[in-house]
Write a protein of this length. Structure first.
Lengths: 115, 116
């Protein structure tokens, strides 16, 4: 069974800092890895998706990397802002033969960026 | 706008009652999922469906039931057999199959169920 771990569980930083959120997984036979953002009481919003053949993806101030062999992904947030405050979750989707497998989620990193 | 619509957003239920949460998508996705989220527990998979008229149990299916009669709709019924139903419920969907598929998952805004 795939285990997904996110470190740290919570992070509180002043505005302007560059941040690194970590995600590790135990089964390297993944199809993709997806990073989400969740605001309190809301659904999950997709931030970045990295296919298993890719090493990184970028969107604005966000950059996600993937090292399949070591079972790790990092989400880098540049020049953090108070509006970045949210919970960030990573999820890995497995490949099962000729079909897509299910996703496994980490428990998330709760980020607070203060002015 | 394409997306996933969950209703109701908030629902209160008395013990012993069944309730049904609605999930509708207009993304033309084959696969749909129901997750439960509790504080400190992360997302747990309840049921998923990869095609119309077919669905599979996830990790915590006991006390829940689903149907998939239409591609766009995947309602979840929380039955009286579910011992601790108070939670935040999230519906998601993705394209099915592998050909040209990124496998990206999209979520609705969630439904919060409270048992009184």
């Amino acid at each position: 069974k795939q285990e997904v771990t996110q470190i740290p569980a919570a992070l509180s930083v002043p505005e302007g800092e560059n941040l690194v959120l970590n995600c590790s997984f135990t089964d390297s036979a993944i199809y993709n890895l997806q990073w989400f953002r969740q605001d309190p009481g809301k659904g999950l919003t997709s931030l970045l998706l990295i296919q298993s053949s890719q090493r990184e993806q970028t969107s604005g101030r966000l950059n996600a990397s993937l090292d399949k062999s070591s079972g790790r992904s990092t989400l880098y947030i540049a020049a953090s802002q108070p509006g970045d405050s949210a919970t960030y979750l990573c999820a890995v989707r497995l490949l099962r033969g000729s079909t897509l497998g299910r996703l496994y989620f980490g428990r998330g990193t709760q980020l607070t960026v203060w002015p | 706008d394409g997306g996933i619509t969950q209703s109701p957003k908030y629902l209160f239920r008395k013990e012993g009652q069944n309730v049904t949460l609605s999930c509708e998508q207009n993304l033309n996705h084959d696969a749909m999922y129901w997750y439960r989220q509790d504080p400190g527990q992360g997302l747990r998979l309840i049921y998923y469906s990869q095609i119309v008229n077919d669905f599979q149990k996830g990790d915590i299916a006991e006390g829940y039931s689903v149907s998939r009669e239409k591609k766009e709709s995947f309602p979840l019924t929380v039955t009286s057999a579910q011992k601790n139903p108070t939670a935040f419920y999230l519906c998601a969907s993705s394209i099915g199959g592998l050909a040209g598929n990124t496998g990206e998952l999209f979520f609705g805004e969630g439904s919060r169920l409270t048992v009184l």
